[in-house]
Design a protein around this ligand. Structure first.
Ligand code: THU
Length: 136
């Protein structure tokens, strides 16, 4: 699975976004260690707080299906689904990723010019609260 192909799947997922309030569509495609891919979109709510980000939609779908070993996630988004800038995962999504993913987990972001930027989870969430050092 190339970063570009994973990003294509994130763009496909973005079209499923339910975002009538922010009008910002976000898509994610999560690559599992066994090659399976889970797609997610943001799902907003009139009460705002219950809104679920695209990344968490993908992760929760995958975990429910029995996956806990992840390699990478591609994320893209923008107003009305027009990708203009990178759409980095929010702090809550970074922490949810951290529950299952280690430092080298890769995050791909669409930059709006047709390129894919590459980050590690360690770059996006350094000095983090780690489940593997907490669970006895
Ligand atoms: N959003 C995501 O889906 N992922 C992120 O990591 C950042 C924010 C969504 C939530 C909301 O529906 C919209 O983007 C605007 O914040």
């Amino acid at each position: 699975m190339t970063p570009e192909k994973l990003m294509e799947l994130a763009k496909e997922a973005m079209e499923r976004a339910y975002a009538p309030y922010s009008r910002c569509k976000v898509g994610a495609a999560l690559l599992c260690a066994d090659g399976a891919v889970y797609q997610g979109c943001n799902i907003e709510n009139a009460a705002y707080g219950p809104t679920n980000c695209a990344e968490r939609t993908a992760i929760f779908k995958a975990v429910y299906d029995g996956h806990r070993d992840f390699t990478a996630i591609a994320v893209c988004g923008g107003p009305e689904g027009k990708i203009k800038n990178p759409f980095p995962p929010c702090g809550v999504c970074r922490q949810v990723l951290r529950e299952f993913c280690r430092d080298g987990f890769t995050v791909y972001l669409a930059d709006g010019e047709g390129n894919v930027q590459t980050y590690t989870l360690a770059q996006l969430l350094p000095y983090s609260f780690q489940a593997d050092k907490f669970i006895l």
